[in-house]
Design a protein around this ligand. Structure first.
Ligand SMILES: NC(=O)c1ccc[n+]([C@@H]2O[C@H](COP(=O)([O-])OP(=O)(O)OC[C@H]3O[C@@H](n4cnc5c(N)ncnc54)[C@H](O)[C@@H]3O)[C@@H](O)[C@H]2O)c1
Length: 250
């Protein structure tokens, strides 16, 4: 593992107590960052904080990212507890139902977009003023290769992740002169608890589409995301970094 430098940085990681978000939090802790984990799962938050607290200072916020007042409170609590915010990684997300579009439950479609899209907008809206106050910031949004390619029977998920890519490009340009970068990554399938939300046939489909012939690992995603969160990644903004084992064609 290469050494990354996140010393003296305060990082918010949504969804930071499971799967990809937890791996990002681990890599950030190993790189010297102070952490604030935002999640709606109180038990998982406590477990992650106990583990990561052995390496670094960890603040937690119980927050549903699809509820703007909760998100705004979490941002204020985090800055009050840790003094500032330098980094925001949006990893909280759900897969939603695996069904054809014409059978997709309308309330489920809205739930997927509320968490994956509105949640990403809400956290950025609440955290960006703290980054602007610093005159420095790094934002990374965890999108998905599904947002580029469109997985069949996952139209809500795919369109929500495409929205995250467009949002990232808009916000990155808005902040381009502020020393704040905003990027997205597009992982292909990575075995995490999110697999419990989808049937095996869908997992098999996603694996069959990866030229490398295997799932990504959470550590592989974390290493790229954490590099984007370093000062070194200074000329990369409003971009999409592909982490799909060769699947993405653009
Ligand atoms: N695992 C994959 O194959 C894969 C591939 C591409 C993209 N992604 C994306 O990576 C991100 C992380 O996924 P993962 O695989 O680690 O899944 P995961 O289920 O292990 O972790 C998701 C975390 O988000 C939290 N969360 C969900 N809804 C929330 C809400 N409304 N408010 C606050 N927290 C909430 C969950 O409690 C959980 O801790 C997601 O955005 C997902 O879409 C995953």
């Amino acid at each position: 593992m290469n050494q990354l430098d996140l010393a003296n940085r305060v990082a918010v990681v949504t969804g930071g107590c499971s799967g990809i978000g937890l791996a990002i939090a681990r890599r950030m802790a190993a790189s010297g960052a102070t952490l604030s984990l935002w999640d709606r799962d109180a038990v998982a938050l406590a477990t992650a904080a106990a583990e990561l607290g052995k390496t670094t200072r960890v603040h937690t916020a119980m927050v549903d990212v699809s509820d703007y007042p909760q998100v705004e409170r979490a941002a204020q609590d985090t800055a009050a507890a840790l003094g500032k915010i330098d980094i925001l990684v949006n990893s909280a997300g759900i897969a939603g139902a695996t069904v054809p579009t014409w059978e997709f439950p309308v309330d489920e479609w809205i739930r997927v977009h509320n968490i994956n899209v509105h949640g990403t907008f809400f956290t950025c809206r609440a955290v960006v003023p703290f980054l602007q106050k610093n005159g420095y910031g790094r934002i990374v949004n965890i999108a998905s290769v599904a947002g580029k390619e469109g997985n069949p029977n996952a139209s809500a998920y795919s369109s929500s992740k495409a929205a995250v890519l467009g949002f990232t490009k808009s916000l990155g340009k808005e902040l381009a002169k502020s020393n704040i970068t905003v990027n997205a990554v597009t992982p292909a399938a990575v075995r995490t608890p999110i697999f419990d939300q989808v049937p095996q046939t869908h997992i098999d489909y996603m694996l069959s589409r990866i030229p490398l012939g295997r799932f990504g690992t959470v550590e592989e995603i974390a290493s790229a995301v954490c590099w984007l969160c370093t000062e070194d990644a200074s000329f990369t903004t409003a971009s999409t970094l592909d982490l799909s084992g060769g699947r993405a064609t653009y």
